[in-house]
Every structure is written in structure tokens, then in C-alpha cells.
Design a protein around this ligand. Structure first.
Ligand code: NZQ
Ligand code: ZN
Length: 387
């Protein structure tokens, strides 16, 4: 078991109608609030009106229109400008991971004198950030319980994961009923994202029984409950279990003591969304089984066997390579069964820029030091197999 320091300062406030506690949660943080949200889903499902009512005693400014794969320009820059001009004291993010990620970058940029990209690109370390509270409306990223945000810069096709302990939300409100309106496409993609978060932690050189057990349970819970939620979007218990599992899937608690993996599927997927603006979870679902196939060898075999037996219940008396092949196939079939397009061409990506993306990933993502190291040629081969 590896050494670790674990500390998550975020308060999770879970359950039906918990946002009634919003005023008392925000009050100690300040009076001037920047309310951030996306393209309008919170207006359609009534959450916006409820939030505005709960904020009636605060001075509220708004940043709307934050897009999926949130953009540095205009969203982060606009948010930073509003915070500086109005003296914003805290940010309330209402939406999915994109709204929250963008808000995290704004929170750091608001208290920095220079260009916010200096912070996102790690050229400069932030000294402070505005406090963030969020109301999650989509279960997927785990941004509600982690210190990271992912920001895209369109002109350079960069999609960068920006992490800093200053960016943990102060509190995250998780009311499963606000996820009832999430589309089938985003429900499936969000689950695929969280499953991959777990797998990125599971496929490593040094794991332990506790982390393996938690990871296997998390994947099983997600696979079981997403089917129910797709069938009946208003199933509270399924949405609730997905929501809590997603929150825990990305903050390290499932892999305490594990060695790192390098998060290879994320390294590859971030380029797909950076170049083509596709849905993150769909990109991951497409890449994951091809990556599994590519890295299967005598050294990685035991992890495939453990995963296949623990998650899919594959007969452990079968030859190890047969279990591994069945595990890869079951992973593919699962994503396919929840309606995810399983080929890059189906999400609008052809072979035109595969080499360019492979070079971009190999240069920026450091996957040559991953648990199963990937060279530029390896990355290209995974991308080609995903077409
Ligand atoms: O913009 P609105 O109108 O709100 O619509 C959104 C958006 O179109 C919609 N939506 C959200 N909640 C809804 C809803 N529609 C109906 N009812 C609701 N209750 O869903 C669409 C997608 O939203 P988005 O926030 O983009 O999805 P998600 O939460 O999957 O976030 C994806 C982003 O997070 C990053 C991804 O790379 C991507 O940019 N990630 C962030 C991570 C983190 N911070 O730790 C880790 C992840 O690995 C991931 O990279
Ligand atoms: Zn992800």
C-alpha cells in the first residue's frame, strides 16, 4: 500500500429538498453572489426560480450559457470580469460538471491579477480562490467532491484538467430529483464517465482489497442503477444511488493507498473533446474497451481477471486470458446496451486528424509513464481501433 494524504473539505448535503438549506450555507461566505448556470435546463425544470427565491436576501449577479466542455473564452473570462467588477464574494454553480468546472476556474481567476490561463495551465499557482457552493443537476463528473475543473481553449484544441486544493467546493447540494430531467444520452454518458473514473483507479500496479472492493461495488451500482434510470427517469432511488456513487468516484476515496494509473482514457478523451467538442462520457466509453484490448498482457492480466470476476461475475475457473477477453467484451457490450454510440465515426470523428491528436496527447498528457505506458504510436493505434 502506498503512502497517502486524504482530505476532502467539501460538505455533501444530500437528499430531497435539501436546497432549502442554501441561504444558511451561503450566508457565512458573503452577500454578493455570482450565480452560474448553463444553457437553460434549470429554467425548464423550475430549479432556477426556486434558487432565485432562496437567494432573495443576497445581491445576485448571473453568468449563464456555460456550454458543455466549458470554454475559457468567453465563459471563464466573462465570469472573472463580473467577479472583479462587482466584488463578488462567493459563487453558486447550478448545473452539471461543465458549469461547476467553469466556476472553479472563475473562482481562482477572480482573485488573481494576471491572465487566468496562467493558473489553468499551471504557469502560476493560485494563492486564493473565491468560495464555491454548487447544486448538481447531472450525475457524472464528481466535480462536486473534487478539487478539479476541465477547461477548453478552442483556438489551440486544448482541454486541460486544472486541479488545486483551493477549488474544493465548500458545499455540494445533491438532490436526486433535479436529475430526473437529464436526457437518456446524458444519463448514459454520465454513468460511463463515472465508471471510467473508477476503472482509471482500478487498473494500476498496486491496489488493495479495500479499494478493489469499493471500486467493484461502485461499478456494479452504476451499471445496475443506470438501467433503471433509463427505463424510468423519475426513479428516485436509482437516481440517488447514481448521484452518490458519481460523487465518490473521482475524489480518490475509492483508491486510497493505490499507485497511480496516469488516467490514460481521460488523457485520450480530453483531446477528442478538445478537437471535436464531443460528450466526454461518450468519448470515454468508446476509448475504454479499445484501451483495455491494447494494454492486455502478462503483466496487466491479473487486473483484468479481478475486474471481470468481481464486476461481471465471470467464472474464475476459466483460463485467465479467456476471462480477460470476456471482461473487455462485457465492458463494450454494457456501454452499447445503454445506448452509447461505440464508434468515433458515430460522434462525428473520422480519421482526418487522428495522427495530429495522437501527437497532441503524447506531447501533453504524459501517458508514457502511465501504469500501462502508451507511446504516440500506441495512442494512434487505440484511436484507429475506435473509429
Ligand atoms: O447547459 P444546460 O442547459 O444546463 O444543459 C446541460 C448540458 O447540455 C444538460 N443538463 C445538465 N443538467 C440537466 C441537464 N439537462 C436536463 N436536466 C438536467 N437536470 O446536460 C448537458 C451536459 O452538461 P455537462 O455539465 O457538460 O455534463 P457533465 O456533468 O457530464 O460535465 C462534463 C464536463 O466535465 C468534465 C468533462 O471533461 C466535461 O467538460 N469533467 C470534469 C471532471 C472534474 N471536474 O472532476 C472530471 C471528469 O473526468 C470530466 O473530465
Ligand atoms: Zn471523466
Amino acid at each position: 500500500m502506498q503512502n497517502f494524504t486524504y482530505h476532502t473539505p467539501t460538505k455533501l448535503i444530500f437528499g430531497k429538498d435539501v436546497i432549502e438549506k442554501l441561504p444558511e450555507t451561503l450566508k457565512p461566505l458573503g452577500h454578493k453572489i455570482l450565480l452560474t448556470y448553463g444553457g437553460g435546463s434549470i429554467k425548464k425544470n423550475g430549479l432556477y426560480d426556486r434558487v432565485r427565491d432562496l437567494l432573495r436576501d443576497f445581491e445576485v449577479y448571473e453568468l449563464s450559457g456555460i456550454a458543455p466542455n466549458p470554454k475559457y473564452n468567453p465563459s471563464v473570462l466573462d465570469g472573472v470580469r463580473i467577479c472583479k467588477e462587482q466584488g463578488i464574494e462567493a459563487i453558486l454553480a447550478v448545473g452539471g460538471g461543465s458549469v461547476l468546472d467553469c466556476s472553479k476556474a472563475i473562482a481562482a481567476g477572480a482573485l488573481y491579477d494576471g491572465e487566468p490561463w496562467d493558473l489553468i495551465s499551471y504557469r502560476v499557482k493560485a494563492r486564493a480562490a473565491l468560495p464555491i457552493v454548487d447544486i448538481m443537476t447531472l450525475s457524472a463528473t464528481g466535480s462536486e467532491y473534487d478539487p478539479g475543473g476541465v477547461i477548453s481553449r478552442t483556438e489551440t484544441n486544448d482541454k486541460i484538467g486544472y486541479m488545486d486544493d483551493l477549488l474544493y467546493p465548500v458545499a455540494s447540494f445533491l438532490d436526486p430529483t433535479y436529475t430526473f430531467t437529464v436526457s437518456k444520452k446524458q444519463t448514459a454518458a454520465g454513468t460511463a464517465d463515472a465508471i471510467n473514473h473508477v476503472m482509471e483507479q482500478y487498473f494500476c500496479a498496486d491496489a488493495n482489497l479495500l479499494s478493489d472492493g469499493m471500486c467493484e461495488a461502485a461499478v456494479k451500482s452504476l451499471m445496475h442503477n443506470v438501467r433503471i434510470a433509463l427505463e424510468n427517469p423519475n426513479d428516485y432511488d436509482a437516481r440517488a444511488q447514481i448521484m452518490v456513487t458519481c460523487a465518490l468516484a473521482c475524489n480518490g476515496i475509492l483508491s486510497l493507498g493505490n499507485s497511480g494509473s496516469g488516467w490514460p482514457c481521460h488523457g485520450i478523451e480530453h483531446a477528442l473533446s478538445g478537437y471535436y467538442d464531443i460528450t466526454h462520457g461518450e468519448g470515454l466509453a468508446i476509448i475504454t474497451p479499445r484501451w483495455m484490448k491494447h494494454i492486455l498482457n502478462d503483466r496487466t492480466l491479473p487486473r483484468f481477471v479481478k475486474f471481470g470476476v468481481g464486476v461481471f461475475g465471470i467464472d474464475e475457473t476459466l483460463p485467465a486470458y479467456e476471462i480477460a477477453e470476456k471482461t473487455i467484451d462485457a465492458t463494450y457490450r454494457f456501454f452499447e446496451s445503454i445506448g452509447i454510440p461505440m464508434h468515433l465515426r458515430e460522434v462525428g470523428i473520422d480519421d482526418a486528424r487522428l495522427s495530429e491528436m495522437a501527437h497532441h496527447i503524447a506531447t501533453l498528457e504524459g501517458l508514457d509513464t502511465a501504469y500501462a505506458p502508451l507511446t504516440e504510436a500506441d495512442i494512434l493505434s487505440i484511436l484507429e481501433a475506435s473509429l
